[in-house]
Design a protein around this ligand. Structure first.
Ligand SMILES: [Zn+2]
Length: 341
């Protein structure tokens, strides 16, 4: 049976935060907010289990955004004075915090939700952290003055948290590196080096998610500018294949990524994106099984994991729930097709 898992994020319920936004405002504060985050986490654990996914995540219900959730616990970051910056090579503008001093973790970042997740499902659990290169691209540096050095500093902090997550019972620690598809030369050299530093000493499964971003308009416009063949992965995959990272999550369904690029990940587990996060249309199990079938031409069966293209955070809750079911049903159908061969 193929493992099934989401890339990471899920929509926040309307009582927790603004809906269908990438940077939503919370609807509560203090202890009430802390409780609401866990209530939403429990809801999504159940929804993932009911859909039939084999690996469960917290749906990132406790963080406003996948990068800033981590940064909030880092000393040396000024969150009071955010500045507007063009991120992902100026694809879109975001209000980002500034690095103003040497970086240090204030304490645990995700202990509460990771332990809560572990306590409420018996299935394997995956927990996501932003990758060093992507963090570097989502802050304004006023202190280190060098992206590579800054990435190493973040990698050390990520490593502390990743080791603690492993101790909390997390089975898979995943680093999200959408910026790998933007700065391919940096990614293939110091990006992967920093990633390996972040994963140093982990004995649980390690993963990296590399995508073309959430289904927001700026990303859709960018994708439309990339031409008929998206070959960004070509530079990074061979370097990743040589790395110690065990699983790689990539976009496949409805993307223009040539599927044969997956063969460059020889020896790795490949989380193949078979659910489109840029469309509200629900995939049929047949479409998902077909996408898995195409990937099987380049990824051995025992290395293939069915996944979403990216996070589902900005989607509606009903659409996300239906997509979870489509993912599991499609993987089951693909498995039956294999068994019938
Ligand atoms: Zn993504």
């Amino acid at each position: 049976m193929f493992d099934t898992v989401i890339a990471g994020s899920l929509p926040k319920p309307a009582w927790l935060a603004e809906t269908e936004k990438l940077w939503p405002q919370w609807k509560a504060e203090g202890a009430e907010l802390a409780q609401a985050k866990l209530d939403a986490t429990l809801l999504w654990i159940k929804a993932q289990e009911d859909a039939g996914l084999s690996v469960i995540g917290d749906g990132e219900q406790s963080r406003q955004h996948f990068v800033h959730g981590f940064l909030e616990q880092v000393e040396g970051i000024d969150f009071e004075h955010k500045v507007e910056m063009g991120i992902r090579n100026d694809r879109y503008k975001a209000m980002v915090p500034q690095v103003v001093a040497a970086l240090k973790l204030k304490g645990r970042v995700h202990a509460t939700e990771a332990r809560f997740l572990r306590a409420h499902t018996k299935r394997k659990i995956k927990f996501t952290l932003p990758g060093p290169l992507t963090i570097v691209d989502t802050v304004a540096d006023r202190f280190y003055g060098d992206r590579r050095q800054l990435a190493t500093a973040f990698a050390e902090l990520l490593n502390q948290e990743a080791l603690a997550l492993q101790a909390d019972g997390v089975d898979i620690v995943q680093f999200d590196e959408p910026a790998f598809n933007v700065y391919m030369d940096d990614a293939a050299t110091w990006g992967i080096e920093a990633l390996e530093r972040a994963a140093q000493g982990l004995t649980c499964t390690t993963a990296v998610h590399i995508c073309y971003g959430y289904g927001i308009q700026a990303n859709i416009d960018w994708k439309n500018s990339l031409g008929q063949e998206w070959r960004q992965y070509e530079k990074v995959f061979p370097a990743l294949a040589r790395s110690s990272i065990q699983q790689v999550s990539l976009e496949c369904f409805h993307s223009h990524v040539p599927p044969d690029l997956m063969a460059l990940l020889h020896g790795k587990d490949v989380m193949v994106g078979v659910i489109d996060v840029a469309s509200d249309t629900i995939e049929t199990p047949q479409e998902v099984a077909d996408a898995i079938g195409r990937a099987l031409q380049f990824v051995p069966r025992q290395h293939l994991i069915a996944c979403t293209n990216c996070g589902l955070a900005p989607m509606s809750r009903a659409v996300a729930e239906a997509k979870l079911r489509a993912l599991a049903a499609g993987a089951k159908l693909a498995d039956e097709r294999q068994a019938a061969k």
